[in-house]
Design a protein around this ligand. Structure first.
Ligand code: NDP
Length: 259
């Protein structure tokens, strides 16, 4: 409790899934939280639930499209006018765009990069000036094990997610002298709507789910709150010398050669 007391945080794509779990964990640890989410109705419902569960009055939903730099800038401004200067930004919003490279359309390429890489940059771009000026801040970018590993047929998502690591490292180094830390989290399979949609899109969802579980050293996928625990740590003052790094949360899957 209270590991983020007095801090102000904005989390993108926080209407559901990993983002919602991070927002709840932050609120439980005493942070004021802004849910910057495309679907304002989902965001408002989630904000109400979080306020109740965390017993907090400092939770707000802000309609935000991370693909639009002006929208993200406005979300930071609204967060700061509600709660004060932003201490923590979590760039979580992301979408799966899984194509065959040569049949993928230009539109598929653009919508992937617009959310999965431009969206992260738009968040950093909006939050950094204030953090640099104040000489304090923590940015957490949600990358993926696709940032290091490739699954055929999942193009160009891993290209954008590799870029998130590059952006994290570049900005972490750039603003280290200003005491602004920029880190990433790379989740493996986490049970959210994103993952359910992928299983449900396979010819036999039950078989696809079981195949995923069979690949996992721990024989299970992760839960959103297991990612949130690490986000709390990176956002907090417990990680003052962790910068330009990435923490993988995949139950060991990416260390496995083969069974
Ligand atoms: P979900 O699809 O469950 O949630 C993503 C949220 O982001 C949704 O609320 C969605 O809103 C929102 N969003 C989408 N586009 C935008 C946008 N342009 N602006 C603002 N918000 C937007 O995904 P997860 O919780 O599973 O994923 C969260 C992050 O974690 C993503 O970056 C994903 O790539 C990453 N990740 C997830 C893994 C997993 O197994 N689940 C594994 C590795 C990484 P709406 O519903 O309105 O579209």
């Amino acid at each position: 409790m209270n590991r983020l007391a007095g801090k102000v945080a904005m989390i993108t794509g926080a209407g559901r899934g990993i983002g919602a779990a991070i927002a709840l964990a932050f609120a439980r640890e005493g942070a004021a939280v802004a849910l910057a989410e495309l679907d304002i109705e989902t965001a408002q419902a989630t904000a109400e639930r979080i306020a109740k569960e965390a017993n907090s009055t400092r939770v707000v939903a802000i309609g935000t499209d991370v693909t639009q730099s002006a929208s993200v800038k406005e979300a930071v401004a609204q967060t700061e006018s509600a709660f004060g200067p932003l201490d923590v930004l979590v760039n979580n919003a992301g979408i799966n765009v899984f194509c065959d490279p040569l049949t993928m359309t230009d539109e598929d390429w653009r919508r992937c990069f617009a959310v999965d890489l431009d969206g992260v940059w738009n968040g950093c771009r909006a939050a950094l000036p204030g953090m640099v000026e104040r000489g304090a801040g923590s940015i957490v970018n949600i990358a993926s094990t696709h940032s290091f590993k490739i699954i055929p047929g999942c193009f160009p998502y891993p290209v954008a997610k590799h870029g998130v690591i590059g952006l994290t490292r570049a900005l972490g180094i750039e603003y280290a002298p200003n005491n602004v830390r920029v880190n990433a989290i790379a989740p493996g399979y986490i049970e959210t709507q994103l993952t359910l949609d992928w299983w449900n899109g396979q010819p036999d969802p039950q078989v696809a789910r079981q195949a995923t579980l069979d690949l996992q050293p721990m024989k299970r996928v992760g839960q959103p709150q297991e990612v949130a625990l690490t986000a709390v740590f990176l956002a907090s003052d417990e990680a003052p010398f962790i910068n330009a790094s990435c923490i993988t949360i995949d139950g060991g899957r990416s260390a496995l050669y083969h069974d």
